[in-house]
Ligand binder design. Structure first.
Ligand SMILES: Nc1ncnc2c1ncn2[C@@H]1O[C@H](COP(=O)(O)OP(=O)(O)O)[C@@H](O)[C@H]1O
Ligand SMILES: O=P(O)(O)OC[C@H](O)CO
Length: 501
């Protein structure tokens, strides 16, 4: 028998990737391609869904070619994706009716204020586990229905279809209109308890049910990729879909309640497995679906979403020109002993968890003539750790079981200085796995489970391997002093924008 593999597509905010994994969960090949970020106005961010599909086709072909396998070598393909980004396309032609509106886009601010005064935030929070924020898909869909000519009528007639990126790719691959429960839990339209679209919320947001995908589990065969890619995938089952942060939770094998991971990329997202019932947050966290395997009960998670972390390092590189590549931030930060009294709070598009303040804007606080670019680089890295600390404090307050260690992944975890500082400010060990591509790994694991390539969660768990671990080493008094300074700096960001309209 020839060797068998599982492939995963990771359709992310800045690029699309395809990775082929073997039965031991080891990477066999990787292909990646970026797509354009379209900024029509300040605060608006769009993607071209057709361009993304072309990139996905290309990376799948490349990854298979690099692994020297054809469709017959693949037992399944899984999907993971940037969440919340919203596409509407024509059922007959398959063409998007508008650019996709990206999760970072803030154009729905005024609409959300209207919804809040008409319905109150609590009604949405109780049913969806989410605050009324520009981040989520439902308001973006409402914006499209209000602003694309004739779209509402066409939506009511079922001529156009809504989806997040998972739905778009499943449609392109299999011709079916489906979404998975983790992605649906980011729309403000799905009831977290029934795991189905909530008629009252559809009504409040003015969304016709006829345009919505069917909600399915995260691991089951949705269809086969017969027609797509000119048959390059032949009859390969498309067998998983998870939002990228949930996929990373799965890839890190955080299957037990109380286990958590944080993925450090453009933004950072800490998810804590809370078991089979949703835990509601009183401290600014999101309640979301972690994953659902076939017809088993769903596993829920608490999430702390931080909008700006790695993108602050990019800002230091692209806007200030202080470094020429992201990894250089570590060398620059190591030229000094400490932050020199300087703190950077990157509230570029307001603050996400736990604050949810769209009126916040970034500050650099504590500047004196002493501060050098080295101190600034250190403060940039420290901002990622302090934002994580705020989320962990909220988690500990909500879940009553204190976090005891944190599994990390994503592009920033190559930075040893940051990882040590993170362990220091969280006061728990920080652990990095050997496979840092946990997002793709999670989607591959879910697809492989769905087709019986892997028998159970315990088998996946046994494949997890540690690469490095950082122990807390900071004096408590020093940590407390720094935390107080960080909080003072955060206070100074709040209320900066007085009239968002
Ligand atoms: N050594 C490093 N130190 C700090 N930040 C880094 C380092 N390497 C990459 N980054 C940051 O990590 C991000 C890329 O990580 P990645 O996981 O690929 O992100 P995403 O999946 O969100 O595109 C970029 O924002 C980059 O600035
Ligand atoms: O594509 P990423 O890695 O930036 O992740 C984006 C998140 O899914 C947004 O919720």
């Amino acid at each position: 028998m020839t060797d068998q593999y599982v492939a995963a597509i990771d359709q992310g905010t800045t690029s699309s990737r395809c990775i082929v994994f073997d039965a031991a969960g080891q990477i066999v090949s990787v292909a990646q391609r970026e797509h354009r970020q379209i900024y029509p106005r300040p605060g608006w961010v769009e993607h071209d869904a057709e361009e993304i599909w072309a990139a996905v086709e290309q990376v799948v072909r490349e990854a298979l070619a690099k692994a020297s396998i054809g469709a017959d070598g693949l037992v399944a393909i899984g999907i993971t994706n940037q969440r919340e980004t919203t596409v509407v396309w024509d059922r007959a032609t398959g063409r998007p009716v508008h650019h996709a509106i990206v999760w970072q886009d803030t154009r729905t601010g005024p609409l959300l204020r209207r919804l809040e005064s008409e319905y109150g935030e609590q009604r949405f929070r109780e049913r969806t586990g989410l605050p009324l924020a520009t981040y989520f898909a439902g308001p973006k869909l409402r914006w499209l229905l209000e602003n694309v000519d004739g779209l509402r009528d066409r939506a009511e007639r079922g001529e156009v279809l809504f989806g997040t990126m998972d739905s778009w790719l499943i449609w392109k691959l299999t011709g079916r209109h489906l979404t998975d429960v983790t992605n649906a839990s980011r729309t403000l339209l799905m009831n977290l308890h029934t795991l189905d679209w909530d008629p009252e919320l559809l009504d409040a947001l003015g969304v016709p049910a006829a345009m919505l995908p069917e909600i399915r589990s995260s691991a089951e065969v949705y269809g086969t990729a017969g027609r797509a890619l000119d048959g390059a995938l032949d009859e390969v089952p498309v067998a998983s879909a998870l939002g990228d942060q949930q996929a990373a939770l799965f890839g890190q094998t955080c299957f037990q309640p109380g286990e958590a991971k944080c993925t450090y990329g453009t933004g950072s997202f800490l998810l804590l497995n809370t078991g089979e019932s949703p835990v509601s947050s009183s401290h600014g966290l999101l309640t979301t679906v972690g994953y659902r395997i076939g017809d088993r009960p769903a596993t829920y998670a608490l999430e702390g979403a931080i909008a700006v972390t790695g993108s602050l390092v990019q800002w230091l590189r692209d806007n200030l020109g202080l470094i020429s590549s992201a990894p250089e931030v570590e060398d620059l930060a190591r030229t000094v002993e400490d932050n020199g009294g300087c703190y950077v709070v990157p509230a570029f598009s307001g603050l996400f968890a736990p604050h949810w303040r769209s009126d916040a804007r970034g500050v650099i606080a504590g500047l004196t003539g002493y501060v050098t670019k080295g101190h600034l680089a250190r403060a940039v890295l420290e901002a990622t750790a302090w934002q994580t600390r705020e989320v962990v404090d909220a988690m500990n307050a909500d879940s009553e079981v204190a976090l005891r260690r944190l599994r990390v992944d994503g592009g920033m975890v190559a930075n040893g200085l940051l990882m040590q500082f993170l362990a220091d400010v969280l006061d728990v060990p920080v652990v990095r796995p050997q496979i840092s591509e946990t997002t793709c790994l999670g989607a591959a694991y879910a697809a492989g489970l769905a087709v019986g390539f892997w028998p159970d969660l315990a088998t996946l768990r046994a494949q997890w391997r540690q690469d490095a671990q950082w122990q807390p080493a900071m004096e408590p008094a020093h940590r407390d002093r720094e935390l107080r300074n960080w909080r003072k700096a955060v206070d100074r960001t709040l209320g900066w924008v007085e009239d968002e309209d």
